[in-house]
Design a protein around this ligand. Sequence first.
Ligand SMILES: C[S@@+](CC[C@H](N)C(=O)[O-])C[C@H]1O[C@@H](n2cnc3c(N)ncnc32)[C@H](O)[C@@H]1O
Length: 170
Amino acid sequence: MSNSTPKALDPHSKPHISLQRCPDLVLISDTPKGRGVFATSRIPKKAVLDVCPVLVLGLEENARHIEKTTLYHYTYNWPVTDQHNFKHVAQALIFGLGSMFNHSLQDQNVVWERDTEKLVITYRAARDIEPGEELCISYGNHLTFEDTDALPDEVEEEDGTDHLSHIQID
Ligand SMILES: C[S@@+](CC[C@H](N)C(=O)[O-])C[C@H]1O[C@@H](n2cnc3c(N)ncnc32)[C@H](O)[C@@H]1O
């Protein structure tokens, strides 16, 4: 075994993104929505829940490959500008808890903010969250699954044209 110390650098000497995850969260596997994130203690409004790195997918890569896989259900809108200055909506994979927040329109208690330069999304409590509550974002109105939280008058008539290849979190 070598006695030399592993190479280290002063992390503050480099441009960096501070990471933060609220410790009062658990992942529960067997909910009607699959896995979901729940609070174990009271979480105050505006508290940071997670800072999640993002992987932006190429437009063609997404259409040719990702949309045909399970990852289709884990991609989110991400605005990009191409070399001609045209704006597009690409898809992005979100690492960390960002991909585990389920959807609820009426019980949304999580808000998020994109940083398109640093490629992270920060999730915060939209209001005070009580122990035992599920943490939910809104995916928008065009869902690719049956919403277990939907009130009867929220169920939309499906004619197939509303299906999007991504989760809409705008
Ligand atoms: C980004 S994943 C969220 C984590 C997911 N529950 C899991 O177990 O990996 C999105 C998927 O969660 C499920 N989901 C999220 N919100 C839901 C809801 N309100 N009703 C039913 N299923 C939901 C759907 O299967 C959807 O495709």
